[in-house]
Design a protein around this ligand. Structure first.
Ligand code: ZN
Length: 182
């Protein structure tokens, strides 16, 4: 089932996600819905609060992106925590399904170490770099109530204000369903 995507400035996108203690049939079905929603919107990552849930969970699939080095298929990250960042940083243009039409170059660490539970609640500690590291950082930010534009310089943030207002007013059209914003 394709779920409507919540957009700026819905309060659920500001909420800090709640850890998941146990899987249930309901959560498993929700994971499938999140993947369906992400693929339908041509996204490569989706955090649970982007579809209105406060669960600490994100789904990611960078395999279909334009980046040939990014081959990692479907990933479910439950209760993800980024434990280490590389000193080396990288610039990359980001977009967000909750911020339709807004794109900007964000500087982030190039590589990370992340700890999470997979879709079978098995603990995973791994390193990621390149696009995968980028998407994990973007999605973990969502789970902490942070939008990517908050990582921009003050000037770039100011320049994005008019577009943010249009998103908040529900004036941006998308090819995927949005949760009504007003
Ligand atoms: Zn996003």
């Amino acid at each position: 089932m394709i779920l409507p995507v919540y957009t700026y400035n819905h309060p659920v996108l500001r909420q800090k996600a709640q850890p998941i203690a146990d899987l249930s049939d309901e959560i498993n079905a929700f994971v499938e819905n999140m993947f369906e929603t992400m693929y339908n919107a041509n996204g490569i990552g989706l955090a649970a609060n982007q579809v209105g849930s406060t669960l600490a969970m994100t789904v990611i699939d960078v395999a279909d992106s334009d980046d040939e080095d990014a081959t990692e298929g479907p990933l479910v990250l439950i209760n993800p925590v980024i434990e280490a960042y590389s000193d080396e940083e990288e610039e990359f243009e980001e977009g967000c399904l909750s911020l339709p039409d807004l794109r900007d170059v964000v500087v982030r660490p190039e590589a990370i170490q992340v700890r999470y539970l997979d879709r079978h609640m098995k603990e995973v500690v791994r390193e990621a770099d390149g696009l995968l590291a980028r998407v994990i950082q973007h999605e973990v930010d969502h789970l902490n109530g942070i939008y990517f534009f908050e990582r921009l310089s003050a000037i770039r943030r100011t320049l994005s204000q008019s577009k943010l207002k249009r998103i908040a007013r529900g004036e941006i059209e998308t090819e995927y369903p949005l949760f009504p914003n007003v």
